[in-house]
Design a protein around this ligand. Structure first.
Ligand SMILES: *[C@@H]1O[C@H](CO)[C@@H](O)[C@H](O)[C@H]1NC(C)=O
Ligand SMILES: *[C@@H]1O[C@H](CO)[C@@H](O)[C@H](O)[C@H]1NC(C)=O
Ligand SMILES: *[C@@H]1O[C@H](CO)[C@@H](O)[C@H](O)[C@H]1NC(C)=O
Ligand SMILES: *[C@@H]1O[C@H](CO)[C@@H](O)[C@H](O)[C@H]1NC(C)=O
Ligand SMILES: *[C@@H]1O[C@H](CO)[C@@H](O)[C@H](O)[C@H]1NC(C)=O
Ligand SMILES: *[C@@H]1O[C@H](CO)[C@@H](O)[C@H](O)[C@H]1NC(C)=O
Ligand SMILES: *[C@@H]1O[C@H](CO)[C@@H](O)[C@H](O)[C@H]1NC(C)=O
Ligand SMILES: *[C@@H]1O[C@H](CO)[C@@H](O)[C@H](O)[C@H]1NC(C)=O
Ligand SMILES: *[C@@H]1O[C@H](CO)[C@@H](O)[C@H](O)[C@H]1NC(C)=O
Ligand SMILES: *[C@@H]1O[C@H](CO)[C@@H](O)[C@H](O)[C@H]1NC(C)=O
Length: 455
């Protein structure tokens, strides 16, 4: 009874909100949100200088009441909408129209401090709490961030400058962080100049990220593109990323905090990505992988002027595992390393990491790789007394750069097999004459594609 009354109350408040929407909503195609409001309905001014933090907060608070009544969309029209950080709500679409740009405030007082992630135990840059993320949400379901390729601009330069000058006491915020949420779509939007990582789905399930452009200067610090972290069923497709750190980094918590939290990243699909990242990887697995990473499938990805392709980063103290990784179809142009595995990544949250916590890295299959202008084919470093095993590499052509290394493969503490790989691999990866397998069945990852909504 109480629940029914509450639902009715919610619908009534929501109905009031809709009545405020001058001009009405019109018929929405099935599957699109029933209630639609513009950010200007909440007094926002899109001049690039007015601070609209209160408008975004009010909009989300009001539209959150529509969750049980068909959901709501908040439309951000063309213009420059400056705001401090804000949270999203469930059954909600943030729609950025063509020419819309949400600008993150460069005033640090607009960025409250929040608790560190339990699987990290502290902020990633600095101990203790961290600055709020720019757009965030916890415990949400059915959230869509989309539009006609509008932009979310983190205006990160002030943060990068302070980071380089060692003037920050706390960890920088991420551009979009969703925690404990499911059924998320991020599609057809552009993210630029994040203070640090761009998209950070953490403890989430069913996340689809498609048609997303992410841009940051190639020397900006830690501007990772997309970091699925302790998340399951994540699909990343048709994205274009230029960044100062890994284009994609799959993670699952940091040393003893990640081991204790014990939530893996698994069932991850990454396809048709184009990456430019001269000092980092196209796809990194780790280095924070203490809750484990498994069943990652990367297909038909392109990297240009990028340090390495699919890199496994770990170290003593991390614990956890990286297993069942499948990479098929890489087209690589100007690479320092085609294959890179790292067993001594370092970087620990504090001095209480457990030196007996050794990661298990096994079952890593790469096939169908073409690379040109390569400095070194394989830099494969496992962990002494904890080798990386079950590595399979097949059908690889790496054409060397004029200044390529004499030694093309350097392998320590790794074991595996290869077939049809040029240049000739190290003896630790012995010839097998068999192509490396890739799972036959496609992973089903929700949410399903939605009908196109025009707001
Ligand atoms: C967003 O929600 C979190 C709790 O999930 C809260 O700590 C934070 O202050 C909220 N941020 C804003 C800007 O309202
Ligand atoms: C979100 O869910 C997590 C895990 O179920 C829970 O620990 C946390 O308290 C919830 N947070 C909020 C703000 O409801
Ligand atoms: C979206 O905008 C970005 C930045 O302006 C641009 O690089 C990209 O090509 C656009 N994507 C589409 C599909 O128009
Ligand atoms: C993004 O754009 C593509 C291509 O125009 C379209 O198929 C897809 O439905 C769009 N995504 C959303 C969530 O509207
Ligand atoms: C960790 O140990 C190093 C050297 O042993 C010391 O300089 C540092 O202060 C310690 N850090 C913490 C957080 O205890
Ligand atoms: C080998 O890989 C290339 C891409 O680099 C692909 O075009 C070709 O079909 C593959 N060969 C076999 C036998 O799978
Ligand atoms: C090849 O790679 C080198 C760096 O090793 C770079 O300077 C050069 O521009 C690249 N050449 C081409 C044709 O891309
Ligand atoms: C090969 O790798 C090992 C382990 O990282 C390193 O110690 C050694 O210097 C490397 N050898 C060459 C020739 O680069
Ligand atoms: C990788 O491919 C090889 C050769 O087909 C196969 O034996 C192995 O089981 C595959 N690895 C995984 C994790 O499936
Ligand atoms: C994830 O999506 C699949 C496919 O749409 C669905 O069957 C499953 O229930 C979803 N899981 C969650 C936690 O929403």
């Amino acid at each position: 009874m109480a629940t029914t009354r509450m639902l009715h109350a919610a619908a009534a408040v929501c109905a009031v909100a809709v009545a405020l929407c001058a001009g009405g909503i019109g018929a929405s195609p099935a599957g699109c949100r029933k209630h639609v409001k513009k950010i200007t309905d909440y007094g926002a001014v899109g001049d690039g200088t007015t601070t609209n933090t209160a408008a975004f907060a009010k909009a989300v608070a009001e539209l959150s009441r529509c969750a049980d009544d068909g959901g709501a969309a908040l439309v951000v029209p063309a213009g420059k909408w400056l705001t401090g950080p804000f949270n999203l709500t469930s059954h909600f679409t943030l729609f950025l129209d063509h020419g819309a740009e949400i600008l993150a405030s460069q005033n640090m007082e607009d960025w409250p401090l929040i608790a560190p992630l339990p699987s990290y135990g502290r902020g990633r840059d600095e101990p203790g709490p961290r600055y709020s993320n720019f757009i965030a949400g916890s415990n949400l379901t059915d959230v869509i961030i989309t539009g006609n390729n509008g932009t979310i601009n983190g205006q990160g330069q002030v943060w990068w400058d302070k980071y380089h000058a060692k003037e920050l006491t706390y960890t920088r915020g991420y551009l979009l962080e969703l925690l404990y949420s499911d059924n998320i779509i991020v599609s057809n939007v552009t993210f630029v100049d994040s203070p640090s990582w761009n998209l950070h789905p953490t403890y989430c399930t069913n996340v689809t990220i498609s048609g997303v452009t992410i841009l940051a200067p190639v020397h900006s610090p830690n501007t990772d593109g997309i970091d699925p972290d302790s998340s399951s069923h994540v699909k990343i497709e048709d994205c274009y990323i230029v960044s100062g750190d890994d284009c994609i980094a799959v993670k699952s918590g940091w040393d003893q905090y990640g081991i204790k939290f014990n939530m893996p990243s698994q069932h991850i699909v990454i396809r048709r990505l184009t990456c430019i990242s001269p000092t980092s990887a196209m796809i990194a697995l780790g280095s924070e992988m203490s809750g484990g990473i498994q069943d990652v499938r990367a297909e038909d990805n392109v990297a240009i002027n990028t340090e390495s392709a699919v890199r496994i980063k770990s170290g003593v103290g991390r614990g956890g595992f990286v297993k069942d990784v499948f990479v098929r179809g890489l087209s690589l142009h100007t690479m320092k390393w085609v294959f890179w595995m790292t067993g001594n990544y370092g970087q620990h949250p504090d001095n209480s990491s457990d030196p007996r916590a050794l990661p298990e890295v096994t079952g890593i299959n790469y096939s169908d790789v073409f690379a040109e202008n390569v400095t070194m084919a394989g830099r494969m470093e496992g962990i002494p007394n904890d080798p990386y095993t079950g590595i399979c590499i097949s059908n690889v052509t790496a054409q060397l750069a004029p200044d390529a290394k004499k030694l093309q493969w350097n392998c320590t503490d790794v074991k595996g097999v290869t077939s049809d790989v040029s240049p000739k691999p190290c003896p630790e990866l012995r010839a097998a004459g068999k192509p490396c397998a890739f799972p036959e069945e496609e992973l089903v990852i929700g949410p399903p594609e939605l009908p196109k909504c025009t707001y």
